[in-house]
Design a protein around this ligand. Structure first.
Ligand code: ZN
Length: 443
């Protein structure tokens, strides 16, 4: 109970021992994949890769990467799950789908009893590390559907022994009322939805900062590690905000923010190998440089996930950046966005995350949307639409040009159009927010 670590031995393991453990797990995992998954066997034979070639973690690059496109093709060729699944449907206890927010065919995944134990265990590293204890009451603002989302976190809280409140299909208003009524101490949601709940609480005259909530654990969007968003969440809830990130392809989280809040997320290194590479050449990127995340997961018994290209944009820094004593390295700023998120506007690179970081510096903004469009069929334009909080006396004529100036200053002088729109006209989100609309190339 007194330790800050869920798994004290592994979370503080010296680097050399940790690397030895990872190498051993990697070898075994590759051998198992070749034995059990025809997909992996074909792939590795074609690349002339054999697990015997792994003598240190530097040999990782000998293993061919796996892509989502390959996985989807395999699934389409041999429905429903493809021949990379290593156990039969009878052995599974649960079926989930990727969220499909990008409009692509979702990936289908199966998991067994052992997998679900592991999924909850990984969330325990994060929840315990951020301070969740058996005395906590944890509220999940999550819809419990086919998207895996916070499912694993729910079981993690049962494992820790906290009181869990699932809120399924409740309305936002009822959720906020229950959080206050039930003396909830920990709330789990996406960053966007946590802001939405705070907004509804204000409309209902409920004072969240004076409620018992002292921890807000977010997941599902990059915004959880954007400093301005985090500050806003902490102010509006009167609670400490911690970031986590996972993916359906893994089934759980691979990174979490500890209670020291180092401005980033620790990698659970005894269970995952996380590489940062150049998205073009796949060459490794050093500490302090952005690149694409490639993940190897050791926990799932139904799907070998070895050197899987995620498309996530990250930047690794040494574990010593945080004083908590964990030896797992850190993704500074968590997941920074997607490698293909970048938009080119009149020769300038624009990342939605960078725009959000600036917009959220303005506490008087309730919601916003970025629209990219083409003027007279030739010139690309970028417009940021904002909704100002209704109960505030804000001088919009002063605010709009000021924000335009801030946005331009951060983007090599690129002109941004900033427009105020009526309150409640922009879309609100519960899961993954889609605040960027690219109207170019549409008929
Ligand atoms: Zn730490």
């Amino acid at each position: 109970m007194n330790t800050p670590y869920w798994n004290p031995k592994n979370e503080t393991m010296p680097r050399e021992a940790l690397d030895r453990l990872k190498l051993l797990k990697l070898k075994r995992h590759c051998e198992w994949a070749i034995e059990q998954s025809p997909f992996h066997r074909r792939k590795y034979e074609k690349a002339n890769f054999h697990p015997n070639q792994l003598t240190s973690l530097d040999d990782l690059s000998r293993i061919p990467v796996m892509t989502r496109a390959e996985w989807m093709a395999c699934q389409a060729e041999k429905p429903l799950f493809g021949d990379l699944v290593t156990a039969t449907r009878d052995q599974a206890i649960r079926y989930h789908l990727t969220s499909g927010t990008s409009g692509r065919q979702p990936l289908r995944v199966l998991d067994g009893t052992k997998d679900w134990e592991w999924i909850a265990e990984m969330w325990c590293y994060g929840f315990w590390g951020f301070g969740v204890r058996p005395t906590d009451t944890v509220f999940f603002a999550f819809s419990y559907g086919s998207f895996i989302g916070f499912w694993g976190a729910h079981y993690c809280c049962e494992k820790i022994g906290s009181l869990v409140i699932p809120s399924g299909n409740m309305t936002t208003e009822n959720r906020v009322r229950q959080i206050v009524e039930m003396d909830v101490t920990t709330v789990c949601a996406t960053p966007t939805y946590a802001l939405r709940m705070a907004q509804v609480a204000r409309e209902l005259d409920l004072d969240l900062p004076s409620s018992r909530v002292n921890k807000l654990i977010v997941s599902g969007e990059p915004a959880g590690s954007i400093p301005a968003v985090k500050r806003m969440l902490e102010q509006q809830w009167g609670a400490k905000c911690g970031d986590t990130a996972g993916m359906t392809e893994i089934g759980t989280i691979m990174i979490f923010e500890c209670s020291h809040q180092p401005g980033g997320t620790h990698i659970i290194e005894d269970n995952f190998i996380e590489e940062v590479v150049d998205p073009e050449t796949l060459e490794p990127r050093p500490y302090g440089e952005e690149g694409e995340r490639i993940v190897t997961s050791f926990g799932r018994g139904f799907i070998p996930l070895i050197r899987y290209r995620t498309g996530d944009l990250v930047m690794k820094v040494p574990h010593s950046t945080c004083a908590c004593g964990r030896t797992g390295d850190i993704y500074d700023g968590g997941i920074r966005g997607r490698c293909d998120d970048m938009k080119l506007i009149r020769g300038t690179n624009v990342y939605p995350r960078a725009v959000e970081a600036i917009v959220r510096e303005y506490g008087e903004i309730d919601e916003f949307q970025i629209v990219i469009w083409r003027k007279d069929d030739v010139q690309d334009e970028i417009t940021v639409k904002i909704e100002v909080k209704p109960d505030l006396d804000v001088d919009v004529y002063e605010l709009l040009p000021r924000m335009g100036k801030d946005l331009a200053a951060a983007h090599e002088g690129l002109r941004f159009n900033v427009e105020a729109v009526d309150h409640q006209t922009l879309p609100r989100f519960e899961l993954k927010a889609k605040r960027l609309v690219d109207e170019r190339g549409r008929a």
